[in-house]
Ligand binder design. Sequence first.
Ligand SMILES: Cc1ncc(COP(=O)(O)O)c(C=O)c1O
Length: 573
Amino acid sequence: MWRLARDISKKNNHIGRCVRNVTGSSVRINNASVTSIDYFTNTSTTKLAGVSASDGMRKFSSMVAQRFEEEPYESAIAKGYDSFEAMLTCGGDDRSLILESSTNKYHIRPQPVDPDHVFRGSCTGNPPTQRGYDAAKKLYETLNSIEEGSLDSAIADVFADQRNRISNVLQLEEGTEVIIVPSGSDAEYLPLAIARSLKGNVPISNGITQLREIGAGSAPAAVGEYFSTHAPLKGKLSDDVKYLSGFEGLDGINIPAREQNGDAIDASKKMDEFVTTSLAAGSYPIVHGVFGGKTGIRDERMPGSMDGGETSLGVVDACQGRFSLNELHGWLKQDSIVLYTSSKFYQAPPFCGAVIIPPKIAAKIRNSPGPKEMMSLDGLGGFLTDKELPDCLENWKPLLQKENCANVGLALRWEAGLAGMEALENIPDERRTEAYKEWADAVATMVKKEAVLDPWCVERSIVSIRVSKQADDGQSWLSMSELRDLYRWMSMDISNLVPGATDEEKNALSKPAYIGQPVDVAESHAIVRIALGVESMLSYFENKDETLQEDQITVLKLAAIGKHFNTLKQSGI
Ligand SMILES: Cc1ncc(COP(=O)(O)O)c(C=O)c1O
């Protein structure tokens, strides 16, 4: 078994695994060091720290440490998480790092939430579900017991297996290929690299839609910029780098999701104009459509690739994972590249993504040279190794090949995501559609009954809600910063902070309920979201009434916070 090398040379600035025998070393995990923040707190501190209840000590054995894993791993361990949980946060960008708060920047812990709490926040990032946590832990334990020197090949096998399982669950046609990527944001680098591979050194223009309702990193990534302070396989970046090496000189346009008044913008027409002007200017256009952004809105049309990718590349951002198999297969038939994650609807921990390549494009890339200039460690090599790549990218593999380098954290997160995907696999789309429609109707009806709430936008399994506030100038709505407070309070027991609340309100205020983060959608207001994820959909199939009771208490809590917002604000929490 490997042990974590705790004194990895900081001078060692190439990616490489550093293994050292530290047999018998142990680390004192102090429960007291785990701060009692309410967010996603798992009540079981024994599990959290991995501490043996008898002596407060645990054997410190872990996966091998690679240079890029040092910071996330150590940050998580410093907050009392065990080796497996720390490893769940490795191999991503800054969004996965455990901060002073003992959570990542989205207030998420690498542990399942307390089963007595309500979880309806499956849109930006999720803590692992119990199902996902168990599946990932099983993989971790297997990997932790393999022989020294075999991690690279073991992880290559794991990713190959995961690509196969993704293909099976999504029923992908033969010839369709899957690239595993660290997140939906860095998935945006792949169409650029594919375009370079197919078309050589032509100017490339990338058109993005639904700005502000896709990931904040998607737009910069779509023109080859870094979107984080960290790259998954490099760790912290130096302050002066802006573009990935080999990705300079790309241009593009961004179309916002909404007008200032909150009306959705039909980007499809603007994308048609973008294609025409790009082609006229001698550029190769990459054209996006978003199939469900943060509030679930979908662009009118999902773009295909023209002439099988000869003239343009169509990209469907389906990162929310809220689509039917028919819809997915339709995009692939029109040769669109599909961006996907299992860390939204399917509730894998943050973050893990995939790029699905349609058969015609896969066949073309197979016969094209790899875009060598994009593949260094300062380029795509900071995000991918050869192990995440499918067969059609055989030409790319030598360019990305890394010995002693394996993104274990990403493999663990995908294992958790696949556990969710496979749990729902046998429920046909018709039943899922029927269920989320019924659920969304029921939740919207609950919201409408509350005077201070408005179901502003209902799209598939996401109900976006605005909350009114008592203002001198008549009715107005809580702003983005006010909803940040509300979002935080939703996850806490705040029943003792509102003396004037009714018993029903106090009951709701006492229940931690994790909802989707606020989104700034209009000049006049922002919204928060109640979103059905894989686990709540499964629980809806199992016990509709019980599931809707959880939604009811979430809605009552939102309303009580809205009604008593000023009191809560004055309490200083
Ligand atoms: C539609 C859409 N695309 C892309 C992303 C970015 O994905 P990730 O958070 O995995 O980087 C998001 C994130 O919320 C999203 O909603």
